[in-house]
Design a protein around this ligand. Sequence first.
Ligand code: NAD
Ligand code: IPM
Ligand code: MN
Length: 366
Amino acid sequence: QDSYKITLLPGDGIGPEITTATVKALVAAGKTKGVTFDFDEQLLGGCAIDKEGTPWPDKTLKSCQAADSILMAAIGGPKWDGNPRELRPETGLLAMRQQLGLFANLRPAKAIPQLLDASSLKREVVEGVDIMVVRELCGDVYFGKPAGIYTDDAGVRWGQNNMIYSEPEIERIARVAMDVAQKRQGRCCSIDKANVLDVSQLWKDVVIRVHGECGQGVELSHMYVDNAAMQLVRWPKQFDTIVCGNIFGDILSDEASMLVGSLGMLPSASLPSEGPGVFEPIHGSAPDIAGTDAANPLAMILSAAMMCQYDLLQPDLAKLLEDAVEAVLDAGYRTRDIVNEGNADETLVGCKEMGDLVAAKVAELA
Ligand code: NAD
Ligand code: IPM
Ligand code: MN
């Protein structure tokens, strides 16, 4: 196949800026291999609330279902934070994940040699880090019922969410984790809070069973989430593959991004058991820098690379984009989140210029 239908979801905040940069780089990469993309841009999140009155319009779902793959930027922002739950951008994102069955969220955190000094941690701590967080994405406290804010008979208000997992939900993500670990260094650490939470005890029991059934060659370990948060910054090289539930994975992957140097560097793949996946940076819409051309588009460009690898089955395109990103960093170009001010070897660039640089490098490397 040499032409692909891609649903494009620019979303809110910095979303449109990083999308423009990413499309430019992706199209340039495709061009070198005779691959073209038919982009169908659709509304998701706050922009969809404003234009369609819902964060997850039917038209967007239909486009996603008809696509070869889905490329997303980020959604959300203070403008919609006071809305009722069903009119929040985040509700649209969660509905998309659930309706497309995107239960397996792969979030790689791999140190980039050129960015070792961009991390807030010491060079020797982050050099050589290569972690894959396998985050369950369709369950947990995000979706557990009952949920809401209630007032009891005494007039006291209660906020409630329910951390809940079924055995089949744990089993399918554990299988993905074993498969991922087998293709990596063969070490899988399952993160839980089984010392306190029943849902975590079930998680741990099921992961152990699945490991016994299909984890050949995988060394399985377990860690409580509080310790894991500490170990990630103490000595991250102890981790290879991490598997965890939705909320722990959300938090730990943002933490892991700092091992690479910036939240603006981490891509992700959200994969279903069948159908198209969604490829999105792990960061949000960064309202604090939206509209200033300061955003780092590399997390989304690297997400496009993951799309080429996982959904389009074009590993050469993925490699080309990754190599181009590394070459641009090697040449010293940095967005504001990864620049070391005062370093004469580095050149501060904006979001748009970073996209242009990667696109130019792709053509040069091909
Ligand atoms: P955020 O990830 O948007 O930003 C956190 C910090 O990181 C900010 O200082 C931001 O400027 C910086 N940052 C993030 N991405 C960057 C990039 N590409 N380049 C440079 N700097 C970057 O998290 P937040 O501020 O807690 O949330 C803002 C909004 O984004 C909220 O509405 C939240 O719900 C939403 N959100 C959406 C997604 C998503 O769409 N998948 C993910 C996380 C947060
Ligand atoms: C992410 C985000 C989302 C999450 C929010 C915006 C619903 O933080 O993709 O990491 O919590 O999953
Ligand atoms: Mn998050």
